[in-house]
Design a protein around this ligand. Structure first.
Ligand code: FAD
Length: 413
């Protein structure tokens, strides 16, 4: 391996950036390059592969900054300058964007035509489409609208050796071979760089309402109270622990706030709201339209609360899923997206391991850990999948240039 003055830097010297701004979990790379085009991405990766440098593709760093650093980290490849909306076809409900476009920019573009990409990312004003896809990130509305891998139609890629490739297409109906673009969703920059992607978008809902209810542990545990869900079909149903409930609408003075989100045709939303208030009573707060949309973003932001994070999944999908766990001593601030059974807990560093054990004893399966609790391997049932991942990595990045590919192939989260 050559040193920091190797070919990668020479290839894009004019684009070099301050490595200190690209630290992963406190570890900065030796070099950083801000690519301004797909050609520069390819050129940088080609040079890095030749020089044996370990590269991490970098969106806005919303997630990366707090993650576990890879064993080798030579070069951060900043993709935020690739920020063009390439093609938007509202009639066809498709859009093609470069990877550095922020979620907020994309949202504004689509909103102007009464459309939306029904995916969330924490800190949407900074988070990039490339980072969202690579993380396969989704938030409160995942069960209703799916994950990024359900929305991607095709992508332009740069492989670890600098080869440019294309997968899928830019229209909804497509018969274009293997869905490598879908496979890259969730690969966290460990298999290839997504330089542009085509996405399937949706009409914005005619009405959107959020109903906020205060609840104590007994109310959360009352299964009968929540039986109306999922027969009613909330777009989101999220429980927020009080210390995270800093947004005014979430501040109910109760230990927990339960947010019921409804969106669809106005008549349907009205009927669902009536059914919800008949069952649960009048909410402490009711938000509609843009205020409700802003609340969805607030809930998504909570997932990137600073510090250690433990993510769990459960097959139960109402607030009562937390009953056994909440009966134990408090484990820390949390947000729970009930329909997708996804719990994010933010314990103190010294309590992370015991919190993970306690949750496991209550039937919650640990699927992700950031910080001192370590990085859990994927469930043992993923054995076959892990073998496939190893083969994919060997095929797409045989030299191991993309530094995060090793953890991805090992199923570490
Ligand atoms: C381990 C992990 C867990 C997460 N958990 C959640 C969660 O539970 N809920 C949620 O809503 N969001 C989650 N996210 C997503 C996160 O909150 C951000 O929304 C997302 O990462 C986008 O932010 P960003 O653009 O700053 O990406 P970054 O933080 O810069 O990058 C995120 C990941 O994507 C890779 N990457 C970035 N751009 C590209 C590209 N163009 N091509 C290939 N790879 C790229 C990076 O190498 C990195 O691995 C998670 C992300 C990670 C990495």
């Amino acid at each position: 391996m050559t040193g920091p003055s190797g070919g990668a830097i020479a290839a894009a010297q004019a684009r070099s950036a301050d490595p200190a701004a690209y630290a992963i979990g406190g570890t900065a790379p030796r070099q950083a390059v801000r690519a301004a085009s797909a050609d520069e991405v390819a050129e940088t990766l080609r040079a890095a592969a030749r020089d044996g440098l370990a590269v991490v593709p970098w969106g806005a760093g919303v997630a990366l900054a707090q993650e576990t650093p890879p064993p080798c980290y030579d070069l951060a490849l900043d993709l935020t300058a690739l920020d063009r909306v390439i093609e938007y076809d509202p009639e066809d409900f498709t859009v093609t964007v470069e990877c550095g476009v922020t979620i907020a920019t994309l949202r504004a573009t689509l909103t102007a035509r009464g459309q939306e990409l029904p995916l969330e990312a924490a800190h949407a004003s900074r988070a990039t489409v490339g980072g969202l896809l690579a993380a396969d990130a989704s938030g409160p509305r995942r069960l209703r609208f799916g994950a990024p891998h359900d929305r991607i139609l095709g992508a332009h890629l740069v492989l670890a050796d600098g080869t440019r490739a294309r997968s899928g297409g830019k229209v909804v109906k497509n018969v274009a071979g293997y869905g490598t673009h879908r496979l890259l969703c969730g690969s966290r920059g460990g298999l290839a760089v997504i330089v542009a992607a085509s996405l399937k978008i949706a009409p914005a809902p005619g009405a959107r309402v959020a109903l906020c209810y205060g609840a104590d542990a007994a109310a959360l545990a009352d299964a009968a109270r929540w039986r109306i869900f999922p027969r009613l079909e909330p777009a989101w149903l999220t429980v927020v622990e009080r210390s995270l409930a800093t947004a005014p609408a979430l501040g109910t003075d109760a230990p927990f706030t339960v947010v019921v989100g409804l969106e669809d045709e106005p008549a349907w939303v009205q009927a669902q709201e009536s059914a919800t208030t008949s069952a649960l009573g009048a909410p402490a707060a009711r938000l509609a339209g843009e205020a409700a949309a802003a609340l969805v973003q607030t809930l998504a932001d909570l997932e990137e609360t600073e510090g250690p994070r433990l993510s769990f999944t459960t097959t139960a999908n109402t607030p009562a899923a937390l009953a056994t766990w909440l009966a134990r001593p408090a484990a820390g601030p949390f947000v729970f997206h009930a329909p997708a059974g996804r719990l994010h807990l933010f314990p103190r560093a010294e309590e992370a391991s015991s919190a993970a054990e306690a949750a496991a004893e209550c039937g919650l399966t640990l699927i992700g850990a950031r910080g001192p609790a370590g990085r859990p391997p994927g469930p043992a049932s993923l054995g076959g999948l892990l073998a496939l991942r190893a083969r994919l990595r060997a095929g797409l990045d045989p030299a191991g240039t993309l530094a995060l590919g090793e953890a991805w192939a090992a199923g570490l989260r």
